[in-house]
Design a protein around this ligand. Sequence first.
Ligand code: TRP
Length: 437
Amino acid sequence: MTIERFLTGITTSGTPHLGNYVGSIRPSVQASLRAGVQSFYFLADYHALIKIDDPARIQRSTLEIAASWLACGLDPEKVVFYRQSDIPEIPELTWFLSCVLGKGVLNRAHAYKAAVDKNNAAGSDPDADVSVGLFMYPVLMGADILMFNAHKVPVGRDQVQHIEMARDMAASFNHRYGAHFTAPEAAIEDNVATLPGLDGRKMSKSYDNTIALFVPRAQLQKLISSIVTDSKAPGEPKSVEGSALFQIYQAFASADETRALQQAYLDGIAWGDAKQIVFERIDREIAPMRAAYEALINDPAKIEAILHAGAAKARAIATPFMAQLRHAVGLRDLRAQATTVATMTAKVARPMFKQYREADGQFYFKLQSADGILLLQSKAFSAGKEAAQSIAVLQEQGAKALDKLQEIVQLADGVQAADVDAALAVLREAKAQAKSK
Ligand code: TRP
């Protein structure tokens, strides 16, 4: 089975806070240590340019985010950790993808639509203050993902539409030029907490209610003591329901510790004492990483070297892949033309259906990818004709038919419906081409 590739970008537009740590950094670092996965983490600094035109802030944020992830245990030897702008193939792929994606798809992107709605509500020109960069944001993100043929993209719910668009781009490109891209899937981490901020709303830069991850200990204490609570006096029982302080504690504490604080709430702990407990618990987890962070922040050359090494690993994949894509679309060495046309058609491997009969006398079929990987396996049919009919339905309708054929075919381990869809699209395309010849 192929190794599953995970890929995530972090926009370099701010300073990491506790919400980023709990919701993204901590689970990602843990996931990157699992066996059988290959992880790509990158600093999405091209994306940051869409929102931020303060060069010093971009640079500072890039340094802070890189230092934070490394301090939290991301191992650059084990994962591919790089900076988007160190990979010139990404903007190049962005262009290729923008030539196969319908403009209407981008018109429907949430971020763009929100900007237009706001303008309309204000009676301004619909595109006032909307840059082409904002409009193209999903295509750049698609290039990030497809460049490394990521299977899984851990993102928040707000980003799911972008992953769907990336699948769309992959399918359109594959349809025109052959099966080059894997269809990515969003991996939504539903069991990671979203942390409330100082004011009880979701912790977010846009609410200005964050606690920066690596503030000095004394400042962390001060910030935690400023988390909103109700005005219950010491001795009065307190409710954990809706308590931002309690929720933040929960994201760091063990089940036992959490139960103990819950009891303390019931017993009427004073808010000041509860805050002290929360502070000490968080600091216990953060303090060792804070020391590592400070050392890294003060050694930008070291981070630069780590990112360069990461870019080299990333480009070892991106450069040859981009060469393959350039060839696929027809950006080719002119001298190669005559020979390639002839050999290309002869050589292309395609996905295929295989029908066969087992020793039990029953009929079966399977679908294999171009590289011979099993995608779909049928159950037994008593007649070969029935198997052929199911194949015809799949060929005609693509992966849409999988629902209907649930009882009859099964996805192979680790295979997604989208992989089947891409393979079937290649087959349909080949058939159409054969017909037009
Ligand atoms: N858009 C993502 C965010 O704001 C950041 C990002 C850029 C990204 N490129 C990506 C995430 C590719 C996952 C994959 O959170």
